[in-house]
Ligand binder design. Structure first.
Ligand code: PBG
Length: 325
């Protein structure tokens, strides 16, 4: 058979394949989420996230030193608020000596070079488990935004490099940017969860932080998974309001959104491989139905190929260990 073009030629050896690879994962791509709890010497596995732990701050600091030595550049902090500190307005989120603020200081102190990103949202602090203040069974936008702006300033004051609002209230990026400017935090970045969908894949995360909504769902603020133009509207608005990095969340089921945004926006696009995606791969691997390392690298590479230049993933440490092999 005569063929003018044989596509298999460039796939003949590992050397050739590596030379023509269009997407290469690196430790620089990853953001590792961390769950921090009060106490000392605590390391508790999250039942719906096998091999993933809640750490007390002392253990977190040890872990972050190790992560930095592996080549990871960034962590994203989430804290588990004690039940007695929760209220409707997220008051504890503004406590200058709260667990989040202490964690930021301790981590920046131990590993000053690492990029510390912080979650900005009310749900871990809310008696209702919602990302905003609740009035008459509704999530009120504008009063919530005020708290989110104050929370961001408080994280910046503690030393956060990037604040990451994950709440999906309208106008919060502009208010956060203004609050940072007003308080002279001119070097603090904003990574906006700009296209965050109302997803069932957040289930294990809500176990980790004990933050499941007490009533209703999050569909009046998180987006309908049937939509993609809406992701463009939301993301362009966030950039206009001052976001440095935008995000699509969850990850794998939303690669079309990443690709679409990538052709439209000119800021870095990040993606969040969320807790449910982690749990799916872990569960299949534990049953012997998938090869875990291969599933990790394939899914993360797909995210980068789609256009994500930053990937928040619970597999970040494992991925770096695989890449360093
Ligand atoms: C809440 C928040 C959630 C996640 C990150 N920030 C859950 C939610 O919106 O209910 C999910 C992350 C994950 O599932 O890994 N502000």
């Amino acid at each position: 058979m005569y063929l003018q073009k044989r596509h298999r030629i460039l796939r003949q050896s590992p050397a050739l394949r590596s030379m023509v690879a269009e997407t290469i994962l690196s430790p620089n791509d990853f953001i590792l989420p961390l769950f921090i709890v009060e106490g000392n010497s605590i390391k508790v596995e999250i039942s719906s996230m096998p091999d993933y732990y809640r750490f007390s701050l002392d253990e977190t600091v040890k872990e972050v030193k190790h992560l930095w030595s592996l080549g990871l550049k960034s962590v994203l902090l989430f804290i588990k608020c004690k039940e007695e500190f929760k209220d409707n307005k997220g008051t504890e989120a503004l406590n200058p000596n709260g667990l989040m603020q202490r964690s930021i200081r301790a981590i920046k102190n131990a590993v000053p070079e690492i990029c510390v990103m912080t979650d900005v949202a009310l749900d871990p602090f809310s008696t209702f488990g919602h990302d905003g203040i609740v009035e008459n069974n509704k999530i009120v936008n504008d009063a919530t935004v005020e708290v989110l702006a104050a929370m961001s300033v408080s994280h910046a004051a503690a030393g956060a490099d990037v604040v990451a609002p994950s709440d999906m209230m309208d106008g919060r990026i502009g208010s956060i940017r203004k609050a940072l400017e007003d308080n002279n935090f001119t070097e603090t970045g904003i990574m906006s969860y700009s296209a965050k969908y109302a997803s069932c894949f957040y289930g294990p995360f809500r176990d980790a932080l004990d933050s499941a909504p007490g009533f209703g769902d999050k569909k009046t603020y998180q987006m309908d998974f049937a939509n993609s133009d809406e992701a463009v509207r939301e993301t362009l608005a966030d950039i206009e309001e001052g976001a440095d990095i935008v995000m699509v969340k969850p990850g794998l089921p939303y690669l079309d959104i990443v690709q679409k945004l990538k052709t439209i926006v000119h800021v870095p696009v990040s993606i969040y491989q969320v807790s449910g995606e982690y749990a799916m791969i872990k569960a299949a691997a534990q049953n012997g139905w998938l090869q875990e390392d291969k599933a990790i690298i394939e899914t993360l590479t797909s995210m980068k190929r789609a256009g994500a230049s930053l990937i928040a993933t619970y597999f970040a440490k494992q991925a770096v260990e695989i890449l360093n092999k």
